[in-house]
Design a protein around this ligand. Structure first.
Ligand SMILES: *[C@@H]1O[C@H](CO)[C@@H](O)[C@H](O)[C@H]1NC(C)=O
Ligand SMILES: *[C@@H]1O[C@H](CO)[C@@H](O)[C@H](O)[C@H]1NC(C)=O
Ligand SMILES: *[C@@H]1O[C@H](CO)[C@@H](O)[C@H](O)[C@H]1NC(C)=O
Ligand SMILES: *[C@@H]1O[C@H](CO)[C@@H](O)[C@H](O)[C@H]1NC(C)=O
Ligand SMILES: *[C@@H]1O[C@H](CO)[C@@H](O)[C@H](O)[C@H]1NC(C)=O
Ligand SMILES: *[C@@H]1O[C@H](CO)[C@@H](O)[C@H](O)[C@H]1NC(C)=O
Length: 414
């Protein structure tokens, strides 16, 4: 009896930890990200014999989301172990260099294609290694951009992109922004010129608009009040509604489904998207960092405590606030990976690659950026640039790149 108690006590004294023991410092965050990235990729089997690289059954878009996170993970940690699987999938699914592969094009939506376009953009911006025999990441992102621009509907609701691409699918559901209250409604209909909408609030919609506003704020060098008020307004709404006081105010909650435990697998990953977008906002509009960082950090500490599932007690559940552990899958792992990775941005000197010319292949000068800046502290961006307005030492993203991100991200800015 006594022995038992002693045993328990000494285990407690020795500080034996269940789950991921996280402190907010670079090493600890890297460890946490490495654990969750590894667990995520355990559930990625598309690179094995008999499977289609990059294709996640019934959730084609998710391959793009997975690879974007893994590219960001590579960038902030320098861990290249998943790069072969990531590159293989990114190239395999490129279709006609526009991420619209014939196998699935009949049912793809603009948002599905966008997920891959953004993964390619991320690869271009972060200088992710590219293969000489392949089109550049920028070329692939531009392929998505060109297709989406052609689908812009200027007739409906003041202009925008439809959720779906083909007419028979137009029950149209796109998120729409209310610039008076800085809220984003989901699932609007064009039949009534977007008058009615669902009030459901999703983290990922706010992430898209926030980073779109931040890119525009940055590219206009903070001089256009429209983008600054958009950014501030959306940030306030985001930080208010998705970080409820009920859980201390610093932990992200997918309020639409998490509390009742009814999130579907797509929705399980939305918080990871917002975390990544919030981290981008801190880079593009550094004045927001003091507001955003405590929220990302609080969420990371909370999430780590929920990474207690599976045989080695590191599988992360959906919720990041204290609650019973329910279950884990690829999406909950990916979401946690994105969160830890997003926190590492605070410890990083992020340099977005300079790529002034487009339509180059992987063999061009821009590919050098990937080989020289694959760790956070290495800041070189060696790509040649023809840009003449490059400020001293700062990374410049040419307009073509900004526009790709802004148009893809800020899908319907009224
Ligand atoms: C994820 O991988 C683990 C470990 O291989 C396995 O037990 C689990 O069934 C997988 N889950 C899914 C959803 O693929
Ligand atoms: C598939 O990718 C995972 C994660 O990077 C890797 O561990 C595994 O070895 C890859 N499998 C094959 C068959 O290439
Ligand atoms: C399209 O489907 C064929 C047949 O299943 C498969 O071999 C090919 O890899 C698929 N292509 C893509 C891009 O998924
Ligand atoms: C780039 O790569 C694509 C696909 O491999 C090829 O068709 C094209 O000719 C290449 N372009 C240049 C400029 O090398
Ligand atoms: C911040 O957002 C909340 C929730 O949408 C709203 O009630 C509040 O008025 C906003 N505050 C400011 C200063 O815009
Ligand atoms: C734009 O982003 C860069 C980082 O890419 C940052 O250094 C700069 O301060 C930002 N500009 C503004 C106006 O915040």
């Amino acid at each position: 009896m006594l022995g038992k108690y002693l045993g328990i006590t000494s285990a407690l004294l020795a500080g034996s930890v269940v789950g991921i023991d996280l402190q907010i410092n670079e090493e600890s965050l890297k460890d946490a990200a490495a654990t969750t990235a590894f667990n995520t990729m355990l559930n990625y089997t598309s690179n094995t014999t008999g499977h289609i690289p990059g294709y996640i059954s019934k959730k084609w878009w998710e391959g793009g989301a997975l690879f974007q996170t893994m590219i960001e993970y590579w960038y902030v940690t320098g861990d290249t172990s998943n790069n072969p699987a990531v590159s293989q999938g990114m190239y395999w699914q490129r279709g006609d260099n526009n991420y619209f592969p014939a196998n699935y094009s009949a049912y793809l939506g603009n948002d599905d294609q966008m997920a891959w376009g953004l993964a390619a953009m991320t690869a271009a911006e972060l200088g992710y290694p590219q293969e000489t025999s392949m089109p550049s990441w920028l070329t692939l992102a531009e392929g998505v951009f060109q297709g989406q621009v052609r689908r812009w509907d200027s007739q409906s609701c003041g202009g925008g992109l439809h959720w779906q691409i083909f007419p028979y699918q137009i029950g149209v559901r796109v998120p729409i922004l209310d610039t008076h209250r800085w809220t984003i409604a989901d699932s609007i209909e064009i039949n009534d010129q977007c008058a009615s909408s669902s009030k459901i609030q999703w983290t990922s919609n706010y992430g898209s608009y926030l980073s779109g506003a931040a890119y525009m704020y940055n590219v206009t060098q903070g001089t256009t009040s429209k983008w600054k008020s958009g950014l501030d307004g959306l940030l306030n709404t985001t930080l208010t509604i998705f970080f409820p006081e009920q859980y201390g105010g610093n932990i992200m909650v997918e309020i639409a489904c998490e509390l009742r435990d009814v999130c579907d697998t797509n929705q399980e990953y939305f918080k990871g998207l917002l975390a990544s977008d919030l981290a981008s906002v801190t880079i593009l509009a550094p004045y927001t960092a003091p507001q955003i960082r405590p929220k990302l950090q609080g969420s990371a500490v909370g999430a780590a405590k929920q990474c207690i599932g599976g045989a080695d007690q590191t599988l992360c559940g959906q919720r990041w606030y204290p609650s019973p552990w329910e279950s884990a899958d690829l999406e909950t792992q990916l979401s946690a990976t994105s969160l830890f990775t997003s926190n590492l941005v605070a410890f990083a000197d992020v340099q977005l690659a300079t790529q002034a010319t487009s339509s180059q292949n992987g063999s061009s000068a821009e590919s050098q950026a990937g080989t020289t800046s694959n760790t956070m502290s290495s800041t070189s961006s060696t790509a040649s640039t023809t840009s003449t307005d490059r400020p001293n030492g700062a990374a410049v993203i040419p307009r073509s790149l900004w526009v790709v991100n802004v148009l893809i991200l800020g899908q319907l800015w009224l």
